[in-house]
Design a protein around this ligand. Structure first.
Ligand SMILES: C[C@H]1O[C@@H](Oc2ccc([N+](=O)[O-])cc2)[C@H](O)[C@@H](O)[C@H]1O
Length: 506
């Protein structure tokens, strides 16, 4: 067995026998930012008319599902502390802030007949505060917090949800599009559909194995396309923004140079992201061919009269194709893919639809606090090349990238991860990949879904024992600030002190 050596594009060259670092610069106009999501930071779960969402429902009815039996009821309390959040953005000197809107905060029962003006007012205050300091807001319409009333009516399995989402999207564009120029419809299709309706690792935790994900994937694509067309036809001409889609993309590299392992890597890419993004970004539209054929074959062998993965009509394909102004990538890690070597060790994405593809993540890759997160060398470069190969020169934003620790201000693991990740992004830029920006996950510690508060991703530490939810910058905050300020990566830079200030102009 031959394990491929990854292409490591080194930033070190030899001059007169001495190793010197080339100081490569991020190009002018490259956007640096940080990301968060509503349920993970806002709290105020039932204040000022907000409706219940599927994470409120899950954490209240089944607290044991969450590792520390916690919830996002208060979280970072950003609903009340948003001014401090914006102050942190100014301290860091970010260009842009990605956050999400809680659907049930502005439409309490999910439907657009009843707009909660208090919820709208909260986002108006937040957006006004952001733009006041020349920070560009990037808004995700849906980061997993579906109004519970819509889930009661089937959630993402009910085809009517495409219209419910489109109506919600129209309210968002209408109320906030004068100041928001970057919209993302969905955060991570596979996590919404596969984890929510098959693997039961995310709300609503419905086990519709082998079919739930596929119904959801189709409804999600149609919902995205409807929202995109509304923006494109009714708002873009006057507001002039863009509307994209964000997906989790890991780097899957064939373990050997055999055809079987190449097929395994292709299939795992199709399972993780192609199922969601091919309908939007591929030349021909529709679901990925290999996966589509495989599910059809398996369905037939299982006695189903038709495939569990229902195809789009030609009209639907045409309606969805091309509905992405940019491709948002949430990238964290990767692994080798093998057709034969099945190694049930974390991180192992579940073999969806019983497709057993071996995932091989070497022991010597650094391990984060999250079981699924290992630091794969040069993985951003690999991922961006894969996307370019699949969809050409579509504009790409890395909308999330980050590293978890258990706690602590001296977060050397996160510092090393960010430096390596950004070097890898520079490698991709050097090769002309159309990468427009990079958002660190996350601005601050927050509610990490099923892991509760046991894993921390923040540039700022949050004290969840403190009613004030005090935020304190970690070492990584100073390192990221220095990178953004100089637009270069100085691997020797050490902060003089851990006192954060706002630089002139921010
Ligand atoms: C830590 C953040 O995780 C994001 O979700 C994913 C999903 C999939 C992978 N993956 O490696 O396959 C990584 C992260 C999520 O969007 C965000 O909210 C955070 O929880």
């Amino acid at each position: 067995m031959k394990i491929p050596v990854l292409l490591l594009c080194s930033a070190v060259t030899l001059t007169w026998g001495v190793a010197v670092k080339q100081s490569r610069k991020f190009p002018d106009g490259f956007i640096f930012g940080t990301s968060t999501a509503s349920y993970q930071i806002e709290g105020a779960w039932n204040e000022d008319g907000k409706g219940e969402n599927i994470w409120d429902y899950l954490t209240h009815t089944n607290p044991a599902a969450i590792e520390d039996q916690s919830s996002g009821d208060v979280a970072c309390d950003s609903y009340h502390k948003y001014e401090r959040d914006v102050e942190m953005m100014r301290e860091l000197g970010i260009d842009s802030y990605r956050f999400s809107i809680a659907w049930s905060r502005i439409l309490p029962n999910g439907l657009a007949n009843n707009v909660n003006e208090a919820g709208v007012a909260y986002y108006n205050k937040l957006i006004d505060e952001i733009v006041k300091y020349n920070i560009e807001p990037m808004v995700t319409l849906y980061h997993w917090d579906l109004p519970q009333r819509l889930q009661d009516m089937g959630g993402w399995l009910n085809p009517l949800i495409a219209d419910w989402f489109a109506d919600y999207a129209r309210v968002v564009f209408d109320r906030f599009g004068d100041r928001v120029k970057y919209f993302i419809t969905f955060n991570e299709g596979a996590q919404i559909c596969y984890e929510g309706y098959d693997w039961v690792t995310k709300a609503p935790r419905l086990n519709m194995s082998g079919i739930g994900e596929y119904i959801c994937a189709k409804n999600l694509a149609l919902a995205h396309a409807k929202a995109y067309h509304i923006y494109n036809d009714d708002y873009k001409p006057t507001q002039g923004g863009v509307c994209g889609y964000t997906i989790a993309v890991s780097s899957f590299v064939p373990l050997t140079d055999s055809d079987e392992d190449a097929y395994a890597a292709e299939l795992v890419n199709q399972l993780q992201w192609g199922l969601y993004t091919d309908p939007i970004f591929s030349k021909d539209g529709g679901f990925p061919k290999e996966l589509f054929d495989l599910v059809a074959k398996k369905s037939a062998a299982q006695g189903f009269p038709r495939s569990r993965l229902t195809d789009f009509t030609e009209e639907e394909k045409a309606y969805i194709r091309g509905t992405g102004d940019f491709f948002g990538v949430n990238h964290y890690s990767g692994s080798f893919a093998s057709a034969s070597l099945y190694t049930p060790q974390p991180p192992v994405p579940s073999p969806k639809d019983d497709i057993e593809i071996g995932q091989f993540a070497p022991d010597d890759w650094p391990q984060a606090a999250s079981f699924w997160l290992k630091q794969m060398p040069d993985s951003i470069y690999i991922v961006l090349k894969n996307i370019q190969k699949r969809y050409g020169d579509v504009p790409i934003y890395i909308t999330e990238n980050g590293w978890s620790t258990h706690e602590g201000i001296e977060d050397e693991g996160r510092v090393a991860y960010y430096r390596a990740a950004l070097e890898s992004a520079l490698d991709a830029l050097d090769e002309g990949i159309n990468l427009k920006g990079y958002y660190a996950w996350s601005l601050m510690d927050n509610f990490e879904w099923m892991a509760g508060y046991t894993e921390r991703f923040g540039l700022y530490e949050v004290d969840f024992e403190d009613p004030e939810r005090t935020r304190t910058p970690r070492k990584s905050a100073f390192i990221y600030k220095q990178i953004m300020k100089t637009r270069t990566i100085d691997h020797d830079y050490e902060p003089e002190s851990y006192v954060m200030t706002i630089d002139e102009g921010h």
